[in-house]
Design a protein. Structure first.
Length: 263
């Protein structure tokens, strides 16, 4: 068979099944893939065939999650990346798009919850919390949007908190960052929605089943027996459902809280 002009003779055509497999690959990026919510979200998408691309500032801490995903039959890739650093975020998204698969869904799940009286909140603390909770969200959202827009599809989900809606005593820095993240999500939804990108913001109101809550708030953790604290697996299920929504009925803001939590 004659070789096509411009097609190197040394390059062999991929088998049809390999080509189809490559086209079917899709990545779910979870920035802030901790031991609870972020990890559960990554595992949920991996169960659906997505390659879970999970990030933390320390890549070593991702190994237990990656091993669990693989043990459950999924695929995962871990990346050590600081979402506050523009160059690192740009490189992270480009690497996944180039070496792993198109990013079909991205979840920004970085936590920055600290408690200080306002008179004891230093400039350094306030700036760091803002960088983690707001600036990092912007950088991740921007770079992922750049990748998704040419394809005209994708889901971007930002994890919020009670402080996204109202500031509390001692949480000036945290509330400031979460308010900013919510505003970012609203602006991105209005801009990117008409272009096929579903942007959602999830308010998580209540204690989550984590080792931190178990150790530091045992009375609160005891409510687990009554479904009184948030189950990370149940949170992850809602993120999956957000991604699967038809665009005629997209949810922008989802409010998750245990049944005993007060409004």
């Amino acid at each position: 068979m004659a070789r096509r002009p411009g097609y190197p003779a040394s390059r062999r055509a991929a088998p049809v099944e390999d080509t189809i497999g490559a086209l079917d690959k899709k990545a779910a990026l979870v920035v802030g893939a901790g031991d609870a919510t972020g990890g559960a979200i990554a595992r949920r998408f991996a169960r659906e065939g997505y390659i879970a691309c999970v990030t933390r500032r320390s890549a070593d801490k991702l190994q237990p999650l990656i091993q669990r995903i693989e043990a459950e039959g999924g695929q995962a890739r871990g990346f050590g990346s600081d979402a506050r650093e523009e160059a690192q975020v740009i490189d992270l998204v480009a690497t996944i798009e180039r070496e792993v698969a198109p990013i079909e869904v991205a979840v920004f799940n970085v936590g920055a919850n600290v408690r200080f009286a306002v008179t004891e909140t230093t400039e350094r603390v306030y700036r760091k919390v803002w960088e983690m909770g707001a600036l990092a969200g912007f950088l991740v959202g921007r770079e992922v949007a750049k990748a998704m827009l040419p394809r005209g599809r994708g889901t971007i989900v930002f994890t919020g908190a009670t402080s996204s809606l109202r500031g509390g005593a001692g949480f000036a820095a945290f509330a400031g960052s979460k308010h900013a993240l919510r505003a970012l999500a609203q602006s991105m939804a209005r801009e990117l929605g008409p272009q096929g990108i579903h942007v959602a913001h999830v308010v998580i109101d209540g204690a989550i089943d984590t080792e931190f809550i178990k150790t530091n708030f045992p009375e609160r953790y005891a409510l687990k027996e009554r479904d009184g604290i948030l189950d990370p697996e149940a949170i992850a299920e809602n993120y999956w459902l957000l991604h699967r929504q038809h665009r005629s009925a997209w949810t922008h803001e989802l409010d998750l809280r245990p049944w005993i939590e007060k409004f």
